[in-house]
Design a protein around this ligand. Structure first.
Ligand SMILES: Cc1cc2nc3c(=O)[nH]c(=O)nc-3n(C[C@H](O)[C@H](O)[C@H](O)COP(=O)(O)O)c2cc1C
Length: 397
Protein backbone atom coordinates (compact mmCIF):
# COMPACT_ATOMS: atom_id res chain seq x y z
CA UNK A 1 0.00 0.00 0.00
CA UNK A 2 1.61 3.24 -1.16
CA UNK A 3 0.20 6.69 -0.43
CA UNK A 4 0.01 8.58 -3.71
CA UNK A 5 -1.85 11.61 -2.33
CA UNK A 6 -3.17 12.49 1.11
CA UNK A 7 -5.49 9.60 2.12
CA UNK A 8 -5.32 7.98 -1.36
CA UNK A 9 -3.34 4.73 -1.68
CA UNK A 10 -2.19 2.53 -4.54
CA UNK A 11 -3.09 -1.05 -3.64
CA UNK A 12 -2.39 -2.61 -7.03
CA UNK A 13 -0.18 -5.38 -8.34
CA UNK A 14 2.91 -5.26 -10.55
CA UNK A 15 2.95 -8.09 -13.07
CA UNK A 16 6.57 -8.30 -14.16
CA UNK A 17 6.12 -11.60 -15.99
CA UNK A 18 3.20 -10.71 -18.23
CA UNK A 19 4.27 -11.13 -21.85
CA UNK A 20 0.87 -11.29 -23.57
CA UNK A 21 -2.39 -9.61 -22.66
CA UNK A 22 -5.93 -10.07 -24.00
CA UNK A 23 -5.04 -13.68 -24.73
CA UNK A 24 -2.36 -13.46 -27.41
CA UNK A 25 -3.63 -10.16 -28.81
CA UNK A 26 -1.37 -7.65 -27.04
CA UNK A 27 2.35 -8.05 -26.35
CA UNK A 28 3.57 -6.59 -23.08
CA UNK A 29 7.35 -6.37 -23.43
CA UNK A 30 7.59 -4.45 -20.15
CA UNK A 31 4.98 -6.37 -18.15
CA UNK A 32 2.05 -4.45 -16.72
CA UNK A 33 0.39 -3.31 -13.52
CA UNK A 34 -3.21 -3.54 -12.31
CA UNK A 35 -3.80 -0.38 -10.35
CA UNK A 36 -6.39 -0.43 -7.61
CA UNK A 37 -6.89 2.59 -5.37
CA UNK A 38 -8.06 2.86 -1.81
CA UNK A 39 -9.36 6.16 -0.43
CA UNK A 40 -9.26 6.24 3.36
CA UNK A 41 -11.46 9.20 4.17
CA UNK A 42 -14.28 9.20 6.77
CA UNK A 43 -15.73 6.60 4.48
CA UNK A 44 -13.40 4.08 2.85
CA UNK A 45 -13.75 3.53 -0.90
CA UNK A 46 -12.01 0.97 -3.08
CA UNK A 47 -11.72 1.95 -6.73
CA UNK A 48 -11.22 -1.02 -9.07
CA UNK A 49 -9.53 -4.30 -8.16
CA UNK A 50 -6.83 -6.40 -9.88
CA UNK A 51 -6.74 -9.24 -12.41
CA UNK A 52 -8.21 -12.57 -11.31
CA UNK A 53 -4.95 -14.58 -10.83
CA UNK A 54 -3.88 -12.08 -8.18
CA UNK A 55 -7.17 -12.03 -6.23
CA UNK A 56 -6.06 -13.86 -3.09
CA UNK A 57 -2.97 -11.79 -2.35
CA UNK A 58 -4.84 -8.61 -3.20
CA UNK A 59 -7.78 -9.28 -0.88
CA UNK A 60 -5.55 -10.54 1.95
CA UNK A 61 -3.46 -7.40 1.71
CA UNK A 62 -6.56 -5.20 1.78
CA UNK A 63 -7.84 -7.06 4.81
CA UNK A 64 -4.53 -6.55 6.59
CA UNK A 65 -4.35 -2.85 5.73
CA UNK A 66 -7.93 -1.69 6.38
CA UNK A 67 -10.04 -4.68 7.35
CA UNK A 68 -12.45 -5.72 4.60
CA UNK A 69 -15.50 -4.98 6.75
CA UNK A 70 -14.39 -1.34 6.92
CA UNK A 71 -14.71 -0.82 3.17
CA UNK A 72 -17.84 1.29 2.73
CA UNK A 73 -18.11 1.16 -1.02
CA UNK A 74 -16.50 -0.24 -4.15
CA UNK A 75 -16.28 1.64 -7.43
CA UNK A 76 -16.04 -0.45 -10.59
CA UNK A 77 -14.89 1.89 -13.34
CA UNK A 78 -14.65 -0.98 -15.82
CA UNK A 79 -15.73 -4.61 -15.63
CA UNK A 80 -12.98 -6.22 -17.69
CA UNK A 81 -11.24 -9.03 -15.78
CA UNK A 82 -7.96 -7.17 -15.34
CA UNK A 83 -9.78 -4.63 -13.14
CA UNK A 84 -12.86 -6.40 -11.82
CA UNK A 85 -11.45 -9.93 -11.77
CA UNK A 86 -10.95 -9.98 -7.99
CA UNK A 87 -14.50 -8.85 -7.31
CA UNK A 88 -15.97 -12.33 -6.96
CA UNK A 89 -13.51 -13.33 -4.23
CA UNK A 90 -13.80 -9.97 -2.51
CA UNK A 91 -17.61 -9.95 -2.57
CA UNK A 92 -17.75 -13.44 -1.07
CA UNK A 93 -16.28 -11.82 2.02
CA UNK A 94 -18.26 -8.55 2.01
CA UNK A 95 -21.38 -9.36 -0.04
CA UNK A 96 -23.52 -6.39 1.07
CA UNK A 97 -20.99 -3.69 0.15
CA UNK A 98 -22.44 -1.23 -2.37
CA UNK A 99 -20.89 -1.27 -5.82
CA UNK A 100 -20.92 1.99 -7.80
CA UNK A 101 -20.83 1.51 -11.55
CA UNK A 102 -22.59 2.54 -14.76
CA UNK A 103 -25.79 0.87 -15.95
CA UNK A 104 -23.76 -1.07 -18.52
CA UNK A 105 -21.28 -1.88 -15.77
CA UNK A 106 -23.94 -3.60 -13.66
CA UNK A 107 -25.14 -5.62 -16.65
CA UNK A 108 -21.58 -6.61 -17.51
CA UNK A 109 -20.69 -7.55 -13.91
CA UNK A 110 -23.71 -9.86 -14.04
CA UNK A 111 -22.47 -11.16 -17.41
CA UNK A 112 -19.07 -11.98 -15.94
CA UNK A 113 -19.89 -13.13 -12.41
CA UNK A 114 -23.62 -14.00 -12.56
CA UNK A 115 -24.27 -12.27 -9.25
CA UNK A 116 -26.80 -9.66 -8.26
CA UNK A 117 -24.89 -7.52 -5.81
CA UNK A 118 -25.88 -4.19 -4.25
CA UNK A 119 -25.45 -2.06 -7.39
CA UNK A 120 -25.65 1.73 -7.28
CA UNK A 121 -26.01 2.88 -10.87
CA UNK A 122 -24.28 6.20 -11.56
CA UNK A 123 -24.30 8.67 -14.43
CA UNK A 124 -21.96 11.51 -15.31
CA UNK A 125 -22.04 14.12 -12.53
CA UNK A 126 -23.37 11.79 -9.83
CA UNK A 127 -21.30 11.85 -6.69
CA UNK A 128 -20.68 10.24 -3.31
CA UNK A 129 -19.43 12.14 -0.26
CA UNK A 130 -16.58 10.40 1.53
CA UNK A 131 -15.85 13.08 4.14
CA UNK A 132 -13.17 15.52 3.06
CA UNK A 133 -13.33 14.18 -0.47
CA UNK A 134 -16.17 13.54 -2.85
CA UNK A 135 -16.19 11.00 -5.69
CA UNK A 136 -17.65 12.36 -8.92
CA UNK A 137 -18.34 9.92 -11.74
CA UNK A 138 -17.78 10.55 -15.43
CA UNK A 139 -19.18 8.02 -17.89
CA UNK A 140 -16.78 7.14 -20.71
CA UNK A 141 -18.79 4.77 -22.91
CA UNK A 142 -16.62 2.92 -25.47
CA UNK A 143 -13.39 4.18 -23.94
CA UNK A 144 -12.90 1.37 -24.36
CA UNK A 145 -15.96 -0.75 -23.38
CA UNK A 146 -19.63 0.30 -23.08
CA UNK A 147 -19.36 0.22 -19.27
CA UNK A 148 -16.22 2.37 -18.89
CA UNK A 149 -16.17 5.37 -16.59
CA UNK A 150 -13.69 7.51 -14.68
CA UNK A 151 -13.87 8.62 -11.06
CA UNK A 152 -12.78 12.11 -10.08
CA UNK A 153 -11.76 12.64 -6.46
CA UNK A 154 -12.96 16.18 -5.73
CA UNK A 155 -10.97 17.77 -2.94
CA UNK A 156 -7.85 15.85 -3.96
CA UNK A 157 -7.94 16.87 -7.67
CA UNK A 158 -7.19 13.30 -8.72
CA UNK A 159 -8.70 11.66 -11.80
CA UNK A 160 -8.87 7.87 -11.55
CA UNK A 161 -9.11 7.41 -15.29
CA UNK A 162 -9.16 3.62 -15.56
CA UNK A 163 -7.80 2.44 -18.96
CA UNK A 164 -7.56 5.94 -20.44
CA UNK A 165 -4.00 7.32 -20.22
CA UNK A 166 -2.64 3.94 -19.11
CA UNK A 167 0.28 1.89 -20.34
CA UNK A 168 1.30 -1.74 -20.00
CA UNK A 169 4.45 -0.85 -18.14
CA UNK A 170 5.77 -2.35 -14.92
CA UNK A 171 8.42 -0.17 -13.35
CA UNK A 172 10.11 0.06 -9.95
CA UNK A 173 8.46 3.48 -9.73
CA UNK A 174 4.84 4.61 -9.61
CA UNK A 175 5.11 8.15 -10.98
CA UNK A 176 5.77 9.61 -14.42
CA UNK A 177 8.56 11.94 -13.33
CA UNK A 178 10.63 9.01 -12.05
CA UNK A 179 10.66 6.73 -15.08
CA UNK A 180 12.47 6.70 -18.41
CA UNK A 181 10.43 9.09 -20.58
CA UNK A 182 11.20 7.23 -23.81
CA UNK A 183 9.89 3.95 -22.39
CA UNK A 184 6.86 5.64 -20.87
CA UNK A 185 5.70 7.40 -24.02
CA UNK A 186 6.50 4.37 -26.18
CA UNK A 187 4.18 2.26 -24.01
CA UNK A 188 1.50 4.97 -23.77
CA UNK A 189 1.49 5.38 -27.56
CA UNK A 190 1.47 1.62 -28.15
CA UNK A 191 -1.54 1.36 -25.84
CA UNK A 192 -3.36 4.15 -27.66
CA UNK A 193 -2.52 2.77 -31.12
CA UNK A 194 -3.57 -0.79 -30.35
CA UNK A 195 -6.57 -0.23 -28.08
CA UNK A 196 -7.99 3.25 -28.54
CA UNK A 197 -7.45 4.12 -32.22
CA UNK A 198 -10.99 3.07 -33.28
CA UNK A 199 -12.46 5.40 -30.67
CA UNK A 200 -10.45 8.52 -31.54
CA UNK A 201 -13.50 10.70 -32.24
CA UNK A 202 -14.93 9.73 -28.84
CA UNK A 203 -11.59 10.45 -27.19
CA UNK A 204 -11.60 13.99 -28.60
CA UNK A 205 -15.20 14.61 -27.54
CA UNK A 206 -14.70 13.22 -24.05
CA UNK A 207 -11.57 15.28 -23.48
CA UNK A 208 -13.32 18.50 -24.48
CA UNK A 209 -16.29 17.56 -22.27
CA UNK A 210 -14.00 17.01 -19.27
CA UNK A 211 -12.07 20.21 -20.03
CA UNK A 212 -15.32 22.19 -20.13
CA UNK A 213 -16.02 21.15 -16.52
CA UNK A 214 -12.91 23.12 -15.47
CA UNK A 215 -11.99 20.60 -12.80
CA UNK A 216 -8.57 21.07 -11.27
CA UNK A 217 -6.50 17.98 -12.12
CA UNK A 218 -3.25 17.52 -10.20
CA UNK A 219 -2.93 13.82 -10.82
CA UNK A 220 -4.17 11.28 -13.36
CA UNK A 221 -4.06 7.76 -12.01
CA UNK A 222 -4.90 5.15 -14.65
CA UNK A 223 -5.52 1.46 -14.07
CA UNK A 224 -2.35 0.28 -15.85
CA UNK A 225 1.19 1.55 -15.56
CA UNK A 226 2.52 4.69 -13.99
CA UNK A 227 0.61 7.59 -12.47
CA UNK A 228 0.84 11.04 -14.05
CA UNK A 229 1.64 13.51 -11.26
CA UNK A 230 4.15 15.85 -12.92
CA UNK A 231 2.29 17.94 -15.48
CA UNK A 232 -0.50 15.34 -15.69
CA UNK A 233 -2.20 17.16 -18.55
CA UNK A 234 0.71 16.33 -20.84
CA UNK A 235 -0.82 12.90 -21.48
CA UNK A 236 -4.20 14.51 -22.19
CA UNK A 237 -2.50 16.73 -24.78
CA UNK A 238 -0.86 13.65 -26.31
CA UNK A 239 -4.24 11.92 -26.53
CA UNK A 240 -5.68 14.96 -28.34
CA UNK A 241 -2.79 14.77 -30.79
CA UNK A 242 -3.00 10.98 -31.23
CA UNK A 243 -6.77 11.15 -31.74
CA UNK A 244 -6.42 13.60 -34.65
CA UNK A 245 -5.10 11.51 -37.56
CA UNK A 246 -1.63 11.35 -35.99
CA UNK A 247 1.44 10.56 -38.09
CA UNK A 248 5.14 11.42 -38.12
CA UNK A 249 5.41 11.97 -41.87
CA UNK A 250 7.25 8.70 -42.48
CA UNK A 251 6.48 5.64 -44.58
CA UNK A 252 6.44 1.98 -43.75
CA UNK A 253 7.17 -0.94 -46.06
CA UNK A 254 5.72 -4.20 -44.76
CA UNK A 255 6.20 -7.48 -46.54
CA UNK A 256 5.90 -11.22 -46.25
CA UNK A 257 7.79 -13.70 -48.40
CA UNK A 258 8.40 -17.42 -48.96
CA UNK A 259 11.61 -17.36 -51.04
CA UNK A 260 12.77 -13.76 -50.73
CA UNK A 261 11.38 -12.31 -53.97
CA UNK A 262 8.92 -9.95 -52.25
CA UNK A 263 11.63 -8.91 -49.81
CA UNK A 264 13.81 -7.72 -52.72
CA UNK A 265 10.86 -5.72 -53.99
CA UNK A 266 10.32 -4.22 -50.51
CA UNK A 267 13.91 -3.06 -50.24
CA UNK A 268 13.82 -1.47 -53.69
CA UNK A 269 10.58 0.34 -52.88
CA UNK A 270 12.18 1.65 -49.67
CA UNK A 271 15.14 2.85 -51.76
CA UNK A 272 12.75 4.72 -54.03
CA UNK A 273 11.10 6.38 -51.05
CA UNK A 274 14.48 7.41 -49.73
CA UNK A 275 15.51 8.79 -53.16
CA UNK A 276 12.63 11.23 -52.80
CA UNK A 277 13.42 12.14 -49.21
CA UNK A 278 10.83 10.01 -47.44
CA UNK A 279 12.25 8.02 -44.55
CA UNK A 280 10.87 4.53 -44.14
CA UNK A 281 11.15 1.45 -42.01
CA UNK A 282 10.99 -2.03 -43.56
CA UNK A 283 9.59 -5.00 -41.63
CA UNK A 284 8.94 -8.65 -42.35
CA UNK A 285 5.39 -9.21 -41.11
CA UNK A 286 6.06 -12.85 -40.27
CA UNK A 287 8.88 -11.82 -37.91
CA UNK A 288 7.75 -8.62 -36.22
CA UNK A 289 5.49 -8.52 -33.18
CA UNK A 290 2.01 -7.59 -34.42
CA UNK A 291 1.40 -4.87 -31.81
CA UNK A 292 4.76 -3.29 -32.57
CA UNK A 293 3.85 -3.17 -36.24
CA UNK A 294 0.49 -1.59 -35.39
CA UNK A 295 2.39 1.05 -33.41
CA UNK A 296 4.61 1.68 -36.45
CA UNK A 297 1.56 1.95 -38.72
CA UNK A 298 0.07 4.46 -36.27
CA UNK A 299 3.19 6.63 -36.58
CA UNK A 300 3.51 6.39 -40.37
CA UNK A 301 1.67 8.44 -42.98
CA UNK A 302 2.19 5.95 -45.83
CA UNK A 303 1.99 2.19 -45.52
CA UNK A 304 3.02 -0.04 -48.43
CA UNK A 305 2.21 -3.71 -47.94
CA UNK A 306 3.55 -6.63 -49.96
CA UNK A 307 2.81 -10.33 -50.06
CA UNK A 308 3.58 -12.99 -52.62
CA UNK A 309 0.65 -15.03 -53.94
CA UNK A 310 -0.10 -18.33 -52.27
CA UNK A 311 -3.04 -20.45 -53.43
CA UNK A 312 -4.54 -17.40 -55.13
CA UNK A 313 -4.41 -15.50 -51.84
CA UNK A 314 -2.11 -13.62 -49.48
CA UNK A 315 0.36 -15.02 -46.96
CA UNK A 316 -1.03 -15.65 -43.47
CA UNK A 317 1.02 -13.11 -41.48
CA UNK A 318 -0.03 -10.35 -43.92
CA UNK A 319 -3.65 -11.44 -43.68
CA UNK A 320 -3.52 -11.30 -39.86
CA UNK A 321 -2.12 -7.77 -39.79
CA UNK A 322 -4.58 -6.55 -42.42
CA UNK A 323 -7.45 -7.90 -40.31
CA UNK A 324 -6.17 -6.03 -37.24
CA UNK A 325 -5.68 -2.84 -39.26
CA UNK A 326 -9.25 -3.03 -40.58
CA UNK A 327 -10.64 -3.12 -37.03
CA UNK A 328 -8.50 -0.21 -35.88
CA UNK A 329 -9.88 2.20 -38.51
CA UNK A 330 -6.82 4.45 -38.82
CA UNK A 331 -7.49 7.90 -40.21
CA UNK A 332 -5.71 9.89 -42.96
CA UNK A 333 -3.30 7.15 -44.00
CA UNK A 334 -2.21 6.46 -47.55
CA UNK A 335 -1.28 3.03 -48.87
CA UNK A 336 0.02 0.88 -51.69
CA UNK A 337 0.50 -2.82 -52.45
CA UNK A 338 3.05 -5.08 -54.12
CA UNK A 339 4.21 -8.68 -54.33
CA UNK A 340 5.80 -11.45 -56.32
CA UNK A 341 3.79 -14.24 -57.96
CA UNK A 342 4.13 -17.29 -60.17
CA UNK A 343 1.14 -17.71 -62.46
CA UNK A 344 -2.10 -16.10 -61.27
CA UNK A 345 -0.82 -13.22 -59.07
CA UNK A 346 -3.90 -12.24 -57.05
CA UNK A 347 -2.11 -11.09 -53.91
CA UNK A 348 -1.21 -7.40 -54.55
CA UNK A 349 -4.76 -6.61 -55.65
CA UNK A 350 -6.15 -8.39 -52.58
CA UNK A 351 -3.81 -6.46 -50.29
CA UNK A 352 -4.94 -3.26 -51.95
CA UNK A 353 -8.60 -4.16 -51.35
CA UNK A 354 -7.90 -4.87 -47.68
CA UNK A 355 -6.16 -1.52 -47.26
CA UNK A 356 -9.03 0.28 -48.97
CA UNK A 357 -11.52 -1.49 -46.67
CA UNK A 358 -9.45 -0.34 -43.73
CA UNK A 359 -9.85 3.28 -44.85
CA UNK A 360 -6.47 3.82 -46.53
CA UNK A 361 -6.32 6.01 -49.62
CA UNK A 362 -4.50 4.04 -52.32
CA UNK A 363 -1.99 6.27 -54.09
CA UNK A 364 -0.80 3.99 -56.93
CA UNK A 365 -1.80 0.81 -58.73
CA UNK A 366 -0.08 -2.20 -57.18
CA UNK A 367 3.23 -3.42 -58.54
CA UNK A 368 3.76 -7.14 -59.08
CA UNK A 369 6.70 -9.17 -60.40
CA UNK A 370 6.84 -12.73 -61.71
CA UNK A 371 9.05 -15.01 -59.58
CA UNK A 372 12.45 -13.60 -58.62
CA UNK A 373 12.67 -9.94 -59.69
CA UNK A 374 15.30 -9.01 -62.31
CA UNK A 375 17.43 -5.85 -61.93
CA UNK A 376 14.96 -4.15 -64.32
CA UNK A 377 12.04 -5.29 -62.17
CA UNK A 378 13.74 -3.84 -59.12
CA UNK A 379 14.26 -0.53 -60.94
CA UNK A 380 10.51 -0.53 -61.49
CA UNK A 381 9.94 -1.14 -57.77
CA UNK A 382 12.30 1.72 -56.98
CA UNK A 383 10.31 3.95 -59.34
CA UNK A 384 7.12 2.83 -57.54
CA UNK A 385 8.69 3.98 -54.25
CA UNK A 386 9.64 7.33 -55.80
CA UNK A 387 6.15 7.91 -57.18
CA UNK A 388 4.60 6.92 -53.88
CA UNK A 389 6.87 9.36 -52.04
CA UNK A 390 5.95 12.19 -54.43
CA UNK A 391 2.22 11.53 -54.06
CA UNK A 392 2.49 11.23 -50.29
CA UNK A 393 4.48 14.47 -50.02
CA UNK A 394 1.79 16.24 -52.01
CA UNK A 395 -0.73 15.17 -49.38
CA UNK A 396 1.47 16.47 -46.62
CA UNK A 397 1.66 19.98 -48.04
C1 LIG B 1 2.60 -23.22 -51.81
C2 LIG B 1 2.67 -22.21 -52.91
C3 LIG B 1 1.51 -21.78 -53.51
C4 LIG B 1 1.57 -20.85 -54.54
N1 LIG B 1 0.40 -20.43 -55.10
C5 LIG B 1 0.44 -19.52 -56.10
C6 LIG B 1 -0.74 -19.08 -56.72
O1 LIG B 1 -1.86 -19.48 -56.39
N2 LIG B 1 -0.66 -18.13 -57.70
C7 LIG B 1 0.54 -17.60 -58.08
O2 LIG B 1 0.57 -16.73 -58.92
N3 LIG B 1 1.69 -18.04 -57.53
C8 LIG B 1 1.68 -18.96 -56.55
N4 LIG B 1 2.85 -19.38 -55.97
C9 LIG B 1 4.13 -18.90 -56.51
C10 LIG B 1 4.75 -17.78 -55.69
O3 LIG B 1 3.87 -16.69 -55.61
C11 LIG B 1 6.04 -17.38 -56.36
O4 LIG B 1 6.97 -18.43 -56.19
C12 LIG B 1 6.62 -16.09 -55.80
O5 LIG B 1 7.74 -15.69 -56.58
C13 LIG B 1 7.09 -16.24 -54.38
O6 LIG B 1 7.52 -15.01 -53.92
P1 LIG B 1 8.21 -14.88 -52.49
O7 LIG B 1 9.59 -15.46 -52.57
O8 LIG B 1 8.22 -13.43 -52.16
O9 LIG B 1 7.34 -15.63 -51.55
C14 LIG B 1 2.80 -20.33 -54.98
C15 LIG B 1 3.98 -20.78 -54.34
C16 LIG B 1 3.91 -21.67 -53.31
C17 LIG B 1 5.19 -22.10 -52.63
Amino acid sequence: MIEIRDKIYWVGVKDWELKKFHGEEYSTHRGSTYNSYLIKDKKIALVDTVWTPFHEGFVEQLDKEVGLANIDLIVVNHTEQDHAGSLLYLMEKIPETPIYCTKNGAAMIKGHFHKDWNFNIVKTGDSVELGDYKLVFVEMPMLHWPDSMATYVAGASVLLSNDAFGQHYASPYLFNDLVDQGELFQEALKYYANILTPFSDLVKRKISEIKSLNLPIDMIAPSHGIIWRENPLQIVEKYELWASGYHEGTALVLYDTMWGATKKMALSIAKGLENKGVGSKVFNLAKIDKNDVVTEIFKAKGVIVGSSTINKGILSATAAILEIVKGLRFKDKVGGAFGSYGWSGESPKLVEEHLRDAGFEILLDPVKMKYDPTPEDLKECEAFGEQFAAAMKEQLQ
